[in-house]
Design a protein around this ligand. Structure first.
Ligand code: ADP
Ligand code: MG
Length: 637
């Protein structure tokens, strides 16, 4: 409990006790009024202040204002009728404060729970100095330092294992419950928990650039992006509260005037009381609290499963996804190519591979990493200069002063090199040295084990169209598409063409929905990529989903949703999580509005008193908050 909450609780208890004591004292007249007013101020002073501030700032009609008008009105009525019954005004304020207290307690607690679930921030890193381990702030560890991670500790910084074997628990990052084996030479990402062996890790990033820091940043930012449902609430409140105030005024004034006109007694007190009750009923607390909390819980639950959703607006779009467009390499396939053949011209096979690997030394494309691995030897970067990467085609560079071009047929055509066609099935990487053709390397990629199931799961989740886009050759693209069961495939695309294809699909969808121009369809389009040559596409789709482990930093920046473990099956899971979250949001909105509506009707015809009103509001808020917390439980979805 926070300090503020303790203070609140004290005020609630003190004023309750005072109210009971006053009840048994035979007080009358002025003294009675002063003592009751004192209790009213003890419990309600902050609400009065907030209402006052609201009026000064021009935000007249909020719930503080409603409570103030209702309770001050009730006191005024008690004075006017000389009934001396101040209990109701005080009790309404008291109940309201109990509700507020519970709400702030529940919200605070569930926020803390959610944050604790995502507690992956490491507090320290171990550095070995003179044979002893020293704990240092991970922020102070320079790139390339060697850190030691003992069993049971979190890996604090991204790096590569120098020494040791162990099992890593990645569940906090990916939701994957099976531990993953790790050996010397493997890359490890921060946030995993080291289970069995001592690991010596050479850091490859600074702490601030490491996976954990990135994730935490994303999650923290995510709560500031509002979804349409949340905007709906604030738009709603802007119209709703003034409308309620006007309705209350009419309720207080019209019937008595009507009575007067008809020659009956006006009955002011009754109608003013009804109007005040009406005001109490109309407080929209449950909505205001539970909607953001539901989104927050949903985002927390998803991130436990390794799906980072960067904002509640994306949660909403994800739940409406009907078209999913994939990039091939690194998204549906592993992006780990094996060399399946080398066909050379005049130069030696090893020399061909050496030129290719050297020229590729600084590219981040999966093809480059694969060629370097196939070459297998240390790469002397000083031999390579003038590297020019041509995205979607390949690259050119100077190796030992000779100009080398490595890439697909399109690149060769552009450089006017007479290349040989190759008929093996696979991705063909042509190499030209000093403008003449040197041969090609045939490489082939492996489909990710989960890809086929991922496409099937999407279909089951109601996705109507799956499309694969790739810069690779037609033969390779069609084989992969057929293997995986993708509906549609477009190949030999440059990065710009991929944007064009997505725009065409968006236009198609809008045309199918027969919308007036300028409106976009409710069926949303998601693009899934690794960000290599496709970051602009990630931005163009309704929602961009990036592969987080393999993907480039640019992709993680550009994407709206990041899959921590690159598993395409998580796309369908993300959709299911978002549907559950949105269902809870709508349940809360409808439930709260329905109860409000019934109470308002009862109040308008004089059947509800203030006690019932405040009880209904607190009750609805509690139920809505409990329902919101359900959005956190998504593991079995
Ligand atoms: P995808 O759409 O499958 O992700 P890209 O658009 O990244 O593929 O690349 C398309 C094609 O361009 C590749 O299949 C390859 O032939 C060629 N290419 C791209 N980058 C490189 C590179 N660094 N080295 C060699 N070839 C490349
Ligand atoms: Mg790609």
């Amino acid at each position: 409990m926070s300090k503020k909450q303790k203070k609140m609780l004290t005020r609630i208890i003190v004023s309750t006790l005072l109210l009971i004591v006053l009840h048994f004292l035979p007080l009358t007249g002025l003294l009675r009024m002063i003592l009751y007013l004192a209790v009213y101020l003890i419990i309600g002073i902050d609400i009065l202040k907030k209402a006052g501030k609201g009026i000064i700032n021009g935000r007249v009609c909020d719930e503080n204002f409603l409570m103030t008008v209702a309770t001050v009105g009730a006191i005024a009525l008690a004075l006017y009728t000389e009934s001396g019954d101040y209990n109701e005004a005080i009790a309404v304020m008291l109940f309201y404060q109990v509700g507020e207290f519970f709400q702030s307690y529940a919200v605070g607690k569930s926020r803390r729970n959610i944050s604790a679930l995502m507690d992956i921030r490491p507090d320290y890193a171990n550095i070995e100095r003179d044979g002893k381990l020293e704990q240092v702030d991970p922020d102070e560890v320079a790139v390339g330092s060697v850190i030691v991670v003992q069993p049971g500790e979190k890996v604090p910084i991204d790096g590569m294992i120098l020494e040791g074997n162990s099992d890593l628990n990645t569940s906090a990052l990916t939701g994957e419950s099976l531990p993953r084996e790790a050996h010397g030479g493997d890359e490890v990402i921060s946030g995993c928990i080291n289970m069995t062996g001592v690991l010596k890790i050479q850091t490859t990033r600074e702490f601030g650039e490491s996976t954990v820091s990135k994730i935490l940043e994303l999650v923290e930012e995510s709560s500031s992006r509002k979804s349409r449902s949340e905007n709906f609430i604030s738009r709603f409140a802007r119209i709703y509260t003034p409308a309620v105030c006007i309705a209350a005024l009419l309720l207080a004034a019209l019937p008595p005037v009507f009575n007067l006109v008809m020659g009956r007694p006006a009955g002011w007190e009754n109608w003013v009381y009804s109007a005040l009750t009406f005001l109490v009923i109309s407080c929209p607390c449950a909505l205001v609290v539970s909607v953001p909390l539901s989104f927050f819980a949903g985002i927390g639950g998803a991130s436990k499963e390794g799906i980072l959703i960067k904002g509640s607006n994306y949660m909403e779009i994800l739940s409406r996804t009907k078209v999913v467009v994939f990039d091939k390499t690194g998204t549906l396939t592993q992006g780990v190519f094996e060399v399946s053949g080398i066909h050379h011209n005049e130069i030696e096979e090893t020399e061909l591979l050496e030129y290719a690997a050297l020229a590729e030394c600084s590219s981040s494309h999966p093809i480059s990493k694969s060629l370097q691995r196939a070459y297998g030897r240390e790469i002397d970067r000083s031999r390579v200069t003038d590297i020019q990467e041509i995205s979607g085609q390949g690259l050119t560079a100077k190796v030992d002063g000779r100009s080398v071009a490595v890439g697909n047929a399109r690149l060769m055509k552009q450089l006017e090199v007479a290349y040989a066609e190759c008929h093996s099935l696979g991705t063909v990487i042509h190499v030209a040295v000093d403008g003449s053709y040197a041969g090609h390397i045939v490489i082939s990629d492996i489909e990710k084990p989960g890809s086929r199931a991922a496409i099937a799961a999407l279909k089951k989740a109601g996705v109507t169209r799956t499309v694969m886009l790739t810069g690779d050759t037609k033969a390779v693209a069609e084989k992969v598409a057929a293997d995986l069961g993708v509906d549609e495939v477009h190949s030999e695309l440059l990065p710009g063409d991929k944007v064009g294809q997505v725009e065409k699909l968006l236009a198609d969808r809008d045309a199918a929905a027969k919308l007036p121009p300028g409106r976009t369809s409710k069926a949303k389009l998601a693009f899934v990529g690794d960000g290599i040559n496709d970051a602009p596409v990630l931005g163009r789709a309704d929602i961009g989903i990036a592969m987080g482990a393999m993907g480039s930093d640019a992709a993680i920046e550009a994407a709206d949703v990041v899959l921590m473990d690159d598993d395409p099956l998580k796309i369908a899971k993300g959709i299911r999580i978002s549907r559950k979250c949105l269902a809870i949001v709508y349940q809360n909105i409808i439930f709260a509005l329905a109860v409000k509506f019934v109470c308002l009707l009862l109040g308008a015809v004089g059947y509800a008193n203030m006690w019932l009103a405040i009880f209904a509001d607190v009750g609805v808020t509690v139920i809505a908050v409990l329902n919101a917390i359900r959005a956190l439980r998504v593991h079995r979805l």
